[in-house]
Design a protein around this ligand. Structure first.
Ligand SMILES: [Mg+2]
Length: 241
């Protein structure tokens, strides 16, 4: 961080930073599978949820150009299967819409809403995700100034594209940007490679990977983040005098 440059943009990861990811996906996949069992039984007689995941994995290998876009992968996989089992492709679109509605039913960690509400008063807040939760349809609607996904950027983190898209949107430099996320490689290390300061949200009390340079700051949840950033801003303005 260059002293004297005021932080103007905070980019924040979604899954496992602001809500637990696995329960939302597991619930969405179960609801989808039950729905498919009733409407496309030939498909579910041939596939269980594990083989459906393997089918998506194979599709990502065959079509690397869409691998960063998890919605496109799921949608195309469902269309392929509907075609294969002689169902109309419209059924795939209905299934995808159902999955997406369920995917958005995330349960934010209790510290998320109060911290974001405080941060958005002082900084531009942009969510950055490799996943496909739609923030405007989650309980965190209205808390971000902008929400971007790997599908928007054309690449997943750790590629720089998503960070660069956020900085372009806000019209700021890397020196004026802080990234906050749970993943040492995809969030902290990837952000640093673009020149951003990075804060590690370590909710599970993990050890920092010994082969990576430590983060600028480590927090166990987001509640301490607004005060911590205010203190750094004060330090920088004193140092800049
Ligand atoms: Mg994450």
């Amino acid at each position: 961080m260059y002293q004297g440059q005021r932080i103007r943009l905070i980019t924040i990861d979604l899954d496992d930073t602001l809500w637990p990811c696995a329960p939302a996906i597991q619930d969405a996949e179960k609801v989808l599978y039950d729905w498919l069992s009733a409407r496309a039984p030939r498909l579910t007689q041939a596939h269980d949820p594990i083989s459906l995941r393997e089918h998506r994995r194979q599709l990502m290998l065959q079509r690397p150009e869409i691998a960063h876009d998890v919605t496109a992968v799921r949608q195309i996989a469902l269309r392929e299967l509907m075609h294969q089992f002689d169902y109309p492709s419209a059924l795939a679109d209905q299934a995808m819409a159902l999955f997406q509605r369920q995917r958005n039913r995330v349960e934010p960690y209790p510290d998320a809403v109060p911290a974001l509400a405080q941060l958005r008063q002082r900084y531009r807040l942009v969510s950055l995700t490799n996943g496909n939760a739609e923030v405007q349809h989650t309980p965190l609607r209205g808390l971000f100034h902008c929400s971007l996904s790997a599908a928007d950027a054309g690449a997943c983190k750790p590629d720089p594209a998503l960070f660069e898209l956020a900085m372009d949107w806000a019209g700021v430099t890397a020196y004026q940007t802080v990234h906050v996320g749970d993943d040492p490689l995809l969030d902290v290390d990837a952000a640093r490679r673009v020149g951003l300061s990075a804060i590690w949200v370590n909710r599970a009390g993990m050890n920092w990977p010994p082969d990576l340079e430590p983060p600028w700051c480590e927090v166990s949840d987001l509640s301490e983040l607004p005060c911590w950033l205010d203190d750094r801003a004060r330090d920088r303005s004193i140092n800049a005098l």
